[in-house]
Ligand binder design. Sequence first.
Ligand code: SAH
Length: 362
Amino acid sequence: MTPLGEKLAARIRANGPITIADYMAACLGDPEHGYYLAREPFGRGGDFVTAPEVSQMFGELIGAWTVAVWEAMSAPASFVLAELGPGRGTLMSDLMRTARLRPAFVEAAQIHLVETSPRLRAIQAETLAAALIAPTWHEHIDDLPAGPLIVVANEFFDALPIRQFVRTATGWAERMIGLDDAGALAFGLRPAPPPPGFGNDVAEGAIVETAPAATAVMATLAGRIAAGGGAGLFIDYGYPGPAVGDTFQAVRRHQYDDPLAAPGEADLTAHVDFGTLGETARSVGARTRPLLSQGAFLARLGLSERATSLARGKDATTGEALERAVERLASPTGMGEIFKVLAVSAPGLALAVFDADDPEKA
Ligand code: SAH
């Protein structure tokens, strides 16, 4: 068992089984052994590669989108540009490089990062210092300063803890993590009320996931955007809802693994329920747009044109690498279909890409 596994087993022996949310929070965020605090998850040597790490084009295009949104907001002289879970800081660094084309935007942007891992904060500081950016960090979105807000997040919501409920023959139960006879971590069930929005008419065996932390984050951000102006762009692998099915998964060294096998040493995620996130945003007065696939979003922002312009005057190897990056980011066999983009805005704000009649002009 991993050191965190031992710690969790002791906790379960003392206090009884824990929810999947408690388990996920400990595996990712335990101050001593948590995955994001102790490991280097990103890149070829890590456990997975995220879109900003695939190519600079990802952050650059989001930069173009962000500048367009700021202009649609009538170019406020000061606004909060926030990123949630910035990883290595690559997306923000690429975004701001594109934004330099509009010096007034750079002047107006107060950059705030929400990041819990001190280890990743140090890496973000280093990446951004190289781009002459000095951001402010926060533990929690509640600490973001007031004012108009543009917020972006890539692969953030999938890391927030979920709970799972199962419809059994005798009613609903929550999936818990306890210990088996041999003392190993094992799934079990505890009777529970039906999850919100579900009744007893659901087929036996069905699993429903809820993401209370993600819902709370969206309610706060969308409420601020609705009241103070601005927009949010949330990119993740997920589904339009409803949240039926087991999507709790572990990835370790680019392979799927049993989520209970190596607590603290594998990345744990769940697919994002964009249906519920969108509903939450609308319920606090923000406006949402129909989900776009990552492939469609990037294509409308001019991904292939950007690749062509980066390849100009470069050797064939560079050109091929750019082509591969385009494929990986935007094709259905890469990240293009499974990753989705949810856009949220203040009620009166038009959003580049999402509200353009002619996608080519967005
Ligand atoms: N956006 C980056 C990293 C994605 S990994 C990229 O695309 O490469 C998830 C990120 O969210 C990490 O930076 C992790 O430390 C951070 N994170 C996870 N849970 C968090 C929480 N509850 N609050 C703030 N940051 C969190």
